[in-house]
Design a protein around this ligand. Structure first.
Ligand code: GDP
Ligand code: IMO
Ligand code: MG
Length: 428
């Protein structure tokens, strides 16, 4: 049975939680495999609205086993807060399973994230300030702290000492901050030990066994293709593998298990933080998209940058991830526009380029070449059948499909869980 992966096809916040919902009743396990509490998923169920950061949004579906696998960085304080908040609202979170290999975000990672950003000045990345980059940097530098270390106090202390030895020099001498005490960090981490112990497992084994037993496993990507540390707009990216391949390395399942790759793409584009964004709008249309689409960050509350749909980016994502189906979200937000521009290629210093350029400098210089599509004025939020959409909306979807490298199998027409038009079943 399939391992299914959901990935963002743009710069995040495409509405990935909505796609999870669409197939939730077919899923046995839902896995967060990358990132940490930099993610922000808003899920609307009836009149209830949930904002999740560290936990996968599939945790809201009863009967599904939520898993946080090795590719994730966990801030234990945030984890406890999020679990408590969901429990207080009657959601059963007792089944959560956490990888012993996942890395922990500590106080010094959060501090370093903030001070390095401040130091970068106008070159800053605009991170979420949650300690994500410094924690992944420690992982790659082999000085990270893993979940399993909490259960061996001697090892934990050695590792924290090792990490702080160098970091305190940096904090005090370069950034003019106070040194962080080893004891402070160790005590804090140990305080989570009893609560974490029953949740920790070999999640790679758990998922392998589940797949062998014909269970359906959903890998829920955080962030998105253009924020992926390898394939995104580096250095204006996050520090994890947010593309489909990351689901294999980030969980320890075999790559060939990933038979369905669902790319989530908005009917326009948004981005939070710095970096190139060719189809960005800084006029009243940009404001229209921001206000109508409620484009304010779930994690930091920052206004999102907004722009038109970028077809080369969708194609790039289709290729990198092997997208089998796109879910196009927020089509309803475009209602009321006379005409809708779509970026179909770029002009880079006078030369037309049809695909995302391999040079970051070219991407910074790229201006969009637009094709224009007629708009519509009808409200889409109550529509559930493709044929009932206004002709102009259908034409817009079909045009995007032809340009984007994979079929568009479902279309979001409103924020609520059921506001979706399905064209093709996502799972057989
Ligand atoms: P994620 O980071 O990809 O999980 O997405 P976010 O939750 O950060 O942002 C997506 C937002 O769009 C959420 O507030 C959703 O409720 C909302 N949303 C999702 N699909 C649709 C849709 O089809 N129409 C509208 N109007 N809103 C949607
Ligand atoms: P979801 O899962 C949008 C952006 C930050 C910043 C860059 C690096 O909700 O789609 P980081 O704190 O990760 O080191 O910041 O990445 N970013 C996101 N933007 N959606 C997200 O997640 C994001 N997670 C990180 O704004 O530009
Ligand atoms: Mg988000």
């Amino acid at each position: 049975m399939p391992a299914v992966v959901i990935v963002g096809a743009q710069w995040g916040d495409e509405g990935k939680g909505k796609a999870t919902d669409l197939i939730a009743d077919r899923i046995d396990y839902v896995v967060k495999f990358n990132g940490g509490n930099n993610a922000g998923h808003t899920v609307v169920i009836g009149t209830e609205k949930y904002a999740l950061h560290l936990l996968p949004s599939g945790i809201l579906t009863p009967g599904v086993v939520p898993v946080i696998s090795n590719g994730v960085v966990i801030d234990p304080e945030v984890l406890m807060e999020e679990l408590d908040a969901l429990e207080a609202r009657g959601i059963d979170v007792s089944g959560l399973v956490i990888s012993s290999h996942a890395h922990l975000i500590t106080q010094y990672h959060r501090t370093l994230d903030k001070v390095t950003e401040r130091f970068l000045g106008k070159r800053q990345i605009g991170t979420t300030g949650r300690g994500i980059g410094p924690t992944y940097a420690d992982k790659i530098n082999r000085v990270g702290i893993r979940v399993q270390d909490i259960f061996d106090e001697g090892i934990l202390r050695q590792k924290v000492e090792g990490a702080l030895h160098q970091k305190n020099h940096l904090l005090v001498k370069v950034y003019n901050r106070r040194a962080i005490e080893v004891d402070e960090v160790v005590e804090e981490l140990l305080s989570y030990r009893d609560r974490l112990r029953p949740l920790v497992q070999d999640t790679a084994l758990l998922l392998h066994t589940a797949l062998e037993d014909n269970k359906t496993v959903l890998f829920e990507g955080g962030q998105a293709t253009m924020l992926d540390v390898d394939h995104g707009t580096y250095p204006f990216v996050t520090s994890s593998s947010a593309t489909a391949g990351g689901a294999a390395t980030g969980s320890g399942i075999a790559p060939w298990r990933l038979s369905t790759v669902i790319g989530i793409v908005k009917a326009y584009t948004t981005r939070v933080g710095s970096g190139p964004f060719p189809s960005e709008l800084e006029d009243e249309f940009g404001e229209f998209l921001r206000e109508k689409g409620h484009e304010y960050g779930t994690t930091t509350g920052r206004p999102r940058r907004t722009g038109w749909y970028d077809a080369p980016i969708a194609r790039y994502s289709a290729r990198i991830n092997g997208v089998t189906d796109f879910v196009l979200t927020k089509l309803d937000v475009l209602t009321g526009l006379d005409k809708i521009p779509v970026c179909v290629a770029y002009d880079v210093d006078g030369t037309r380029i049809d695909e995302v350029p391999w040079s970051q400098s070219d991407f910074h210089h790229a201006s969009p070449i637009y094709e224009y599509f007629p708009g519509w004025s009808e409200d889409l939020t109550g529509i559930r059948e493709f044929d009932d959409l206004p002709q102009a909306a259908k034409d817009y979807v079909l045009a995007l499909e032809a340009m984007s490298g994979a079929r568009i199998s479902a279309i979001g027409v409103g924020p609520s869980r059921d506001a979706i038009v399905t064209r093709h079943a996502l799972l057989d």
